[in-house]
Design a protein around this ligand. Structure first.
Ligand code: IPE
Ligand code: IPE
Ligand code: MG
Length: 228
């Protein structure tokens, strides 16, 4: 029987910039509000019985295509809040995993992110997966090259183990805030059978009540996986 609560939820946290613009504030203010909301959402997801929450914080395209000052602002935010926020999560028996190409990020930030993983408690009952400089296409190409280098033919199980998300079950439910109806290079392989939910609510306004509404929508769906 399939649970009515998704074990793994992915969130494309979009709309921070527009949220700030509506308030005549700089985009960085929206990113800061989004960061706070992300931690609130992790707690709400854990309470609801979700086991994995993957949050899309920065795409490979964001890193290539956003102005340097916006990226520096984002890195500053991650530096300032990541550590403190993950410690709050540890206290609630949650662990942290980071997915994406960390090698292209500033060294000190890379260290902070790796420590977030390393210092996570054993036996946690909830995992926050932080996707940063993450892109499905580069993840898939990396996995293919790893298989080629090892001279291996891979089946589905083996291929999954070569992705950043090895050891993490495929997402059951993908939520995108901010009104766009696309995946923007997020978990394209893993989300092949995920239920999708799009809302116009901008991420900093995506409250616990909005999250509950999305979970109720998920609970009403019939997942057939090809069956009649
Ligand atoms: C999503 O918000 C966060 C990141 C991509 C870092 P945006 O920054 O894309 O916000 P909008 O879409 O411009 O409102
Ligand atoms: C997707 O948002 C990436 C993240 C939320 C981190 P974008 O705002 O970058 O997506 P596009 O460019 O509108 O597709
Ligand atoms: Mg956006």
């Amino acid at each position: 029987m399939i649970s009515s609560v998704p074990a793994h939820v992915g969130v494309i946290m979009d709309g921070n910039g527009r949220w700030a613009k509506k308030r005549l504030m700089p985009r960085s203010y929206g990113h800061k509000s989004g960061m706070n909301r992300m931690i609130g959402l992790a707690e709400r997801a854990r309470q609801a019985g979700v086991k994995y929450l993957t949050v899309y914080a920065l795409s490979t395209e964001n890193l290539s295509n956003r102005p340097k000052d916006e990226l520096d602002g984002l890195f500053g935010l991650f530096r300032k809040y990541f550590d403190a926020n993950v410690k709050k999560l540890y206290a609630k028996n949650a662990c942290v995993k980071v997915i994406g190409d960390l090698s292209a990020l500033p060294d000190d930030l890379c260290e902070i992110l790796k420590n977030g993983e390393k210092n996570s408690p054993e036996g946690a009952d909830f995992t926050l997966v932080f996707a940063i400089n993450y892109g499905s296409r580069s993840e898939i190409l990396r996995a293919v090259n790893r298989a080629v280098e090892a001279g291996e033919t891979v089946d589905g199980e083996k291929f999954s183990s070569l992705l950043y998300t090895a050891d993490i079950p495929d997402p059951d439910f993908i939520i995108r805030t901010g009104g766009e109806k696309r995946l923007s290079n997020f978990l394209a392989y893993q989300a092949a059978y995920a239920e999708l939910y799009f809302t116009d609510v901008l991420f900093p306004d995506f409250s616990d009540a909005e999250f509950d509404k999305a979970l109720n929508d998920y609970a009403s769906r019939e997942r057939r996986f090809g069956r009649i």
